[in-house]
Write a protein that binds this ligand. Structure first.
Ligand SMILES: [Zn+2]
Length: 339
């Protein structure tokens, strides 16, 4: 185990009571550093008095000779008998956990920073299961609004289905994320830090949330297929290639290759009937990113199947749960339902 770890200068927050696990006694606290809030587990219960005092006085401390635990995918600072906790000075301020930021001022918050906000859930999508590095993870998206503005929020794992649309909450330690110039908040991976509790509704008028989530989920029956299209895709950029004999030329990156090195892609247009709204028939586009989901419930292999086989197999599925974009009519997810 690497022992030469950098000392941590921090403020101490949320010192828990002593807990017992078998013969082991321990307690938890949070360490607020310059840029982050780190979870900590302390097995040296005689240090509780010191940490309680430092938390109450809001005094900065220096922690040295500690360990790091990566259990449960989190990075916790482990304080044991040999860890030194000493008074120090800090060149950054104490940040009260209840210091709520307005949504408008989140535009000045740096990525990865943890924030506390009060907000009303303006929109909430259905919970989806996505696969990240071979592990299925639950995900739910929504928008929260306060009198100053709105922002997207993503709830992950155990935090999905924890809030109700139109209700107002205090959230602390949500992590600021920036992706493709869009700012949103995430429940953090180190989720022992995150808390959420009910809050009084705002008395002020709230702005209309313009950027709403456009995906919806419904139970539907597949009525028909209006097109099944096959194309070969570039092994470099995945775009469509034009095949001339044994040679394939990418329409996008212009790379020339053997046509046998190109993979087969399919797109479909399917017609569904929404079982909740009996008169609503919809046409959905199944683009290559959603085709594997459709093919997996039909046991079809993209490289070996034919248009006829796809048509026949897809029409044989009775009832499905579909998730699609209500504006673009793009299929996002499809699951078989056994009725
Ligand atoms: Zn290409």
């Amino acid at each position: 185990m690497a022992s030469e770890k950098k000392d941590i200068t921090c403020f101490v927050h949320n010192v828990s009571p002593v807990k017992k696990s078998g013969a082991t006694s321990y307690f938890n606290c949070h360490l607020q550093t310059d840029k982050d809030l780190i979870g900590s587990v302390c097995f040296a219960t005689e240090k509780k008095e010191t940490l309680d005092a430092m938390a109450a006085q809001r005094s900065p401390v220096k922690i040295s000779n500690y360990n790091i635990s990566n259990k449960y995918g989190r990075r916790d600072v482990v304080i044991n008998r040999n860890t030194h906790i000493t008074s120090t000075t800090a060149d950054f301020p104490y940040k009260a956990q209840s210091d709520v930021t307005s949504i408008a001022s989140l535009s000045k918050v740096a990525p990865q920073q943890l924030v506390a906000i009060k907000g009303k859930i303006a929109h909430l999508s259905a919970t989806k299961t996505i696969v990240i590095q071979d592990f299925p993870v639950k995900k739910q998206e929504g928008y929260i609004v306060d009198p100053s503005g709105d922002i997207k929020i993503i709830f992950w794992g155990e935090h999905v289905d924890s809030v109700t649309p139109q209700s107002t909450y205090f959230f602390s330690n949500l992590r600021m994320k920036v992706s493709q110039n869009q700012r949103y908040l995430n429940t953090p991976k180190q989720d022992n830090l995150y808390t959420m509790k009910d809050a009084e509704p705002f008395k002020e008028k709230l702005p209309d949330v313009t950027e709403i989530s456009t995906t919806t989920e419904t139970i539907a029956e597949i009525l028909g297929i209006s097109s099944v299209t096959k194309y070969s895709s570039c092994c470099s950029c995945s775009k469509k290639v034009t095949i001339k004999g044994k040679i394939a030329v990418c329409d996008n990156c212009k790379m020339t290759k053997k046509s046998t090195n190109c993979s087969v892609k399919w797109t479909l247009r399917i017609h569904i009937q929404d079982s909740n709204q009996p008169r609503q028939k919809l046409q959905l586009h199944v683009y290559p990113d959603a085709v594997p989901k459709l093919f997996s419930i039909c046991d079809l292999n993209a490289n070996e199947t034919t248009e006829d086989e796809i048509t026949e197999t897809v029409l044989n599925i009775d009832t499905v749960k579909v998730c699609f974009d209500t504006q673009t009519r793009k299929l996002v997810d499809i699951e078989k339902i056994n009725v």
